[in-house]
Design a protein around this ligand. Structure first.
Ligand code: NAP
Length: 334
């Protein structure tokens, strides 16, 4: 193992706006030596997430920023190839923050064992990973959707959005998606079972929501923020719940975030708007994994992957998320 090279993507400088290629250095390093209570994972798939943009910004957040020169933080799935940790022997398949590199060193903290019988490896970064958990707890616990209600989800064809749309449909809700472009909108309706999908790039979202949701929106699951959040706020039902899952339209411009100008509707509609972090539900992940794995197995939920080949694709792959160029959960196959 020690003769192998550990290709790593390191943060070279903090991005200003969209991260350019020169924000990263791609270096050859050695495979880490395993100390007592540690193990080394050979990464198979690496998750590319919108949150990565926040992780490389200086400033206050829910997690410390990646330091300049440090290996880029990333969730990954892989196999343990060296171990001096009794609970994680060689051959175990695991998911954890192993970084954008071939081999990650871990002490087992925040590492989950993967049951490949449930679903193929990359799905443990998708429907059975953070996006699936976010969708499940965000919709069912934070949004508290009920059968017969109208659920609207933005970035509906994406990793989180596609699972939200399908769980809402399974729970007996009317689902309206919002996505960029006719191909994505067709997918949201024909493959995910939404009643309609609004192409925000070609129509007025607020007026389409008004005609598609005549009784108003009961749950708005927002992945996007900015103008789309405002369009939804203008169309809430009484006692609506707005789930602030993400705001990808704002991540590259955190110095002048566009806030919701229509927030006064929260008063007249007696509505609530609540932020969420998937990690707050970690103690209940096993419940969600089991239910989502059952839906996947029974064909009731599908989870589309967008797979890039090779670590060197990382800089351009990350930019795909902000251009809407990914179709489904974006991962790198190492
Ligand atoms: N709170 C949590 O714990 C948590 C956990 C996981 C993810 N999230 C958040 O969930 C959201 C979705 O993440 P994901 O992993 O599922 O990504 P994703 O939806 O698979 O990919 C991002 C999508 O966002 C859309 N988008 C990008 N820029 C946009 C813009 N300026 N305006 C409107 N739409 C834009 C694009 O779809 P279109 O082509 O349709 O525009 C793009 O494909 C992100 O905001 C992420 O930060 C939050």
């Amino acid at each position: 193992m020690s003769l192998e090279v550990n290709l790593q993507v390191r943060l070279a400088k903090r991005p200003d706006g969209l991260p350019d290629d020169d924000c990263w250095s791609i270096v050859e390093h050695f495979v880490p030596e395993v100390g007592n209570g540690q193990f080394v994972v050979r990464n198979e798939f690496i998750s590319i997430d919108p949150a990565m943009r926040g992780w490389v910004s200086a400033g206050d957040s829910y997690i410390a920023p990646v330091a300049i020169g440090e290996v880029m933080r990333a969730r990954a799935v892989g196999e343990i190839v060296g171990s001096r940790h009794a609970a994680f022997p060689v051959g175990t398949k695991v998911m954890g923050f192993f970084g954008v590199q071939n081999f990650g060193l871990s002490n087992g903290q925040a590492v989950t064992r993967i049951d490949e019988a449930l679903a193929p490896m990359p799905q443990h970064l998708a429907a059975l990973g953070s996006p699936g958990m976010t969708a499940y707890f965000g919709l069912l616990h934070v949004g508290a959707c009920q059968a017969g209600e109208t659920v609207v989800v933005s970035a509906a064809s994406g990793a989180v959005g596609q699972i939200v749309a399908q769980i809402a449909r399974l729970k007996g809700c009317t689902v309206i998606g919002i996505a960029g472009g006719s191909d994505k909108c067709r997918f949201v309706v024909e493959q995910l079972g939404a009643q309609a999908c609004i192409d925000y790039k070609s129509v007025n979202v607020a007026s389409d929501l008004r005609s598609l949701c005549p009784q108003g929106i009961d749950v708005f699951f927002d992945n996007v923020g900015g103008d789309i959040l405002d369009a939804a706020l203008a169309n809430l039902a009484q006692h609506a719940r707005v789930v602030i899952c993400g705001a990808i339209s704002q991540y590259n411009n955190l110095d002048s975030v566009k806030g919701p100008k229509n927030y006064l509707s929260l008063i007249s509609k007696r509505a609530s708007m609540r932020g969420m972090l998937v990690t707050d539900f970690a103690d209940r992940n096993a419940i969600a994994v089991s239910e989502l794995a059952g839906w996947l197995r029974d064909g009731l939920v599908r989870s589309t992957l967008d797979v890039e080949a090779g670590l060197t694709r990382f800089p351009s792959a990350l930019r795909k998320l902000f251009a809407g160029a990914n179709f489904g959960k974006l991962v790198i196959e190492v």
